[in-house]
Structures are given as C-alpha cells and as structure tokens.
Design a protein. Structure first.
Length: 435
C-alpha cells in the first residue's frame, strides 16, 4: 500500500490546536454542555503507567499527552499539493527506505487506560537527529506525531486522534540531514470507547452545515451520562465524561472519574496546548474541590486543590487559573498564591443572584467575561485592576441588546459570553420560560 502525506503534515500541534470546544456543534449533539485552557507543566513527561483515579468504567479514564501524534479524518480531502510516499513492501513510487536499519523491536499496544490511544515502543539502533511516527487509518491520509530526539536506546510515542475499533497502519521515521528513513509498516487496532451504564454516551449527529462549521478538526467538550426524564434531579448525579471528537462525531479521546463522581463540565485546554485543565467538584454535596492538569496519555497528571471552587474556570497564558469562589472572581497563580480580583456581591448588592456559569479570559484586553444567568446579565471585569469595565443585560446601568426580542426570543438565561477576534460579543440565550 502507499500512504498519502498532505502538505504540510498534520501534526500533534494541529491536534492540540483542534482541542477547542465548538459551542454550536456541542449544543447540537448534547443539548447543554460546556466548552474549553493555559499552561505550565512538563512538555514531555515520561512515566507511562502512573497511577490514576478510576478513569471510565471499562477502560478507565483518559490521560492526555500533547507530545504525541494526532489522527483524524480528512473531511476536506486531498489538496493539489498532496504527494504519494512509497512504503516498504507497498510498491509505492519510491524504493523501499532503509528505516529498518534505524529501529528494531517495534511494538504497538492499546493504552492501558484510554482505548483510543495506541502506544508505540521501539529501540533506536542508529542515532538520528529526530524521530516520529507517521500513521493512517482512513483515506490514506498520513498523520504525524511530534518529532523527538533520535537518541540511541528505548523510545515511546503515542498515536492520538483515532476513533475506537479502528485499524491503524504506522511506521517509525528517522531523520538524518535532509533524508527521512521510514521503517516497515506496523499495525494496531484501537478498542471500543467504554459505553453502557455509566459509560460514554453514544454520539448522535443531528445535523451538519458545512457553510457554518468551524474549520477546527476536533471538539473538546464534556457531557454527563444522565438517565434523564426526572427534571433537575437527573443532573450532576452521574458520571461526567470529558471527550474529544472529530468532524464525523467520533470519540477519539475521553476521560472520566466515576470513583469520585466529580462534576466536571468546564474543561479547558492549556494556552500552550500542552495539556488540559479539568475542574472536579461535588455538586450539592460535601467533597474535595480541585483542578486536574493532565496530558492526553496521562504521562503528566497533577491534581491541585482549589478551596471553594464553584462552576466555570479559565486559564491564562502565564499558567494562572481564573475561577469563581463565594461569589468572587479569583486567580490561582502559577506559584500557588491566590488573589481576589472582583466581588459580584460588593458590586451588585445582596439582592443580586451571583451564580455565574461562565468565566472567559480575553487576552487582548486582559479582561474576564462572566455570565449571571439568573439576572440576565453579562459583565466584563479588568483582570489587572479588578474594576467593572461594563455590564450587559438587565442589571441597572447595563448596555442593552437591541433586536433580540422578536419571534418569541429575548435575552434570557444566557451562557458563554466571549469576544471574537474582531471584538464582537457572542453570547447564547435560552427561549423565554426555559431554564
């Protein structure tokens, strides 16, 4: 067979950049959920089977690693710059490469805690400047992992972005100078995403409009495996799953912690793309409150206690955590210190419902956007000074929304205010009477 490499290669970096929540698709698939985080932490952790909490019923929960490969479907198809690369024994256009002289003992196995990750190990027999994985699983489109130093000895890498129960063809590539030496083909098959009682809910693709779709290849989201049908009592009682899905609605990564039964619905990607932040908190019951920082394959995993952590979180590019606690906007700095930024109660008084369902940091203005759905109000607060920059909605002195009260629609119980690159405020709204 032959592999097709798109130019440029689709890399782990693209996979990381694709790990942003796409709100419209998320709501279409799951109804109500939450989207996307900043970073410190090691770029390349190397402790494969570190202990983790119970991660998903049958397979356990996901680890994350951003120094590994990314896969996915090529919804756009091949472009005019695509070229065909011959593979050893495949009868391609080029002669069989000498890649097998560089590596030996290539082994492919399913990750012990994430069924959609393949772990590849090998021995580097001949030193190379860099090594990486190339792999494909559909449409002959080649994906790549992040290049690493090609030192002699044992190596480990992972294949990311592949759906469950999928056959993957891969090879190890060693680069010396301007020449890439690819090994023979090796194969591995991912296992099924955990399902059933307390498993990852099965995705149903309701609709797709290419003209309105985001160009991002992956979606990061969270969903609770609730039985439904019993009103508010059905929420925040079952296992929450953090997931990444591709453009075809296929789950390519997941994480869950049924042992703690923590509510986790405001996951974020580190601003440098190196790992995820996942908030873990009890809902309506006592228990620990923390944020989990972890790579996709769990090589790096750290749980940090956060006193009085409420719902939403966001992260800054210098590794800070922004969160709500006791009706106050706070920041947990990278050095572990905590500072109070702004108080909803002090700003609006005792009669104001200070529950917020959104915290969004806007780097260009260094302001934090928060949503108070019970008050139909959005606020913008300076992260630096803690001053209220503006409010929008029903709170006294707020800017209003024109043109929204038509066809039985109005600004009510909003979610996720955020600014576009052009400075346009986007915010969702429920239909009147629906909470």
């Amino acid at each position: 067979m032959s592999l097709v490499r798109s130019s440029p290669r689709r890399s782990a970096r693209e996979f990381q950049r694709g790990v942003w929540a796409v709100g419209i698709l998320q709501v279409a698939l799951f109804g109500c959920g939450s989207p996307e985080p900043s970073g410190e932490g090691p770029r390349d952790a190397a402790a494969a089977n570190s202990p983790d909490p119970a991660e998903g019923p049958s397979a356990g929960a996901p680890p994350i690693e951003t120094n590994a490969g990314a896969g996915g479907s090529n919804a756009e198809g091949l472009g005019p710059d695509d070229v065909v690369l011959g593979m050893s024994g495949a009868g391609g256009q080029n002669p069989a490469p000498a890649g097998d002289d560089f590596v030996s003992n290539v082994q492919v196995a399913v990750h012990p805690r994430v069924n959609t990750i393949l772990v590849v190990t090998w021995t580097q027999e001949v030193a190379a400047e860099t090594t990486w994985l190339e792999f494909t699983f559909e449409d002959d489109v080649v994906m790549t992992s992040r290049p690493a130093a090609g030192t002699l000895g044992e190596h480990r890498d992972v294949v990311l972005g592949v759906p469950g129960e999928t056959l993957v063809t891969l090879r190890v590539v060693s680069r010396q100078g301007a020449t890439d030496y690819a090994s023979s083909d090796h194969q591995g098959t991912t296992e099924a995403v955990p399902s059933g009682v307390n498993g990852m809910p099965v995705v149903t693709l309701v609709s797709y409009d290419a003209t309105r779709a985001s160009p991002d290849r992956w979606l990061l989201g969270a969903v609770e495996n609730s039985e439904g049908g019993c009103g508010r009592e059905c929420y925040n009682s079952w296992t929450y799953w953090t997931y990444i899905m591709d453009r075809k609605g296929r789950i390519v990564w997941y994480y869950a912690d049924p042992a703690s039964n923590a509510t986790s619905s405001f996951q974020r990607r580190a601003r440098d793309g190196e790992y995820l932040w996942i908030e873990k908190r009890p809902y309506g019951r006592p228990g620990p409150r923390a944020v989990l920082k972890r790579t996709l394959d769990g090589e790096y995993s750290e749980e940090i206690p956060v006193t009085d952590l409420a719902d939403s979180i966001d992260v800054t590019d210098d590794g800070g955590l922004l969160y709500d606690a006791n009706d106050e906007l706070r920041e947990l700095r990278r050095d572990g210190s905590v500072r109070d930024i702004w108080s909803c109660r002090a700003e609006f008084g005792q009669g104001f419902a200070c529950y917020t369902n959104t915290i969004n940091w806007h780097p260009a203005t260094n302001t934090v956007w928060m949503s108070y759905p019970d008050e139909n109000t959005v606020v913008e607060v300076s992260r630096e000074t803690g001053q209220l920059v503006a409010s929008y909605g029903d709170a006294p002195g707020s800017y209003g929304f024109s043109g929204v009260s038509r066809d039985n629609w109005q600004f009510e119980f909003q979610h996720f205010p955020n600014l576009t690159a052009e400075g346009t405020l986007l915010v969702s709204s429920h239909m009147p009477g629906f909470a």
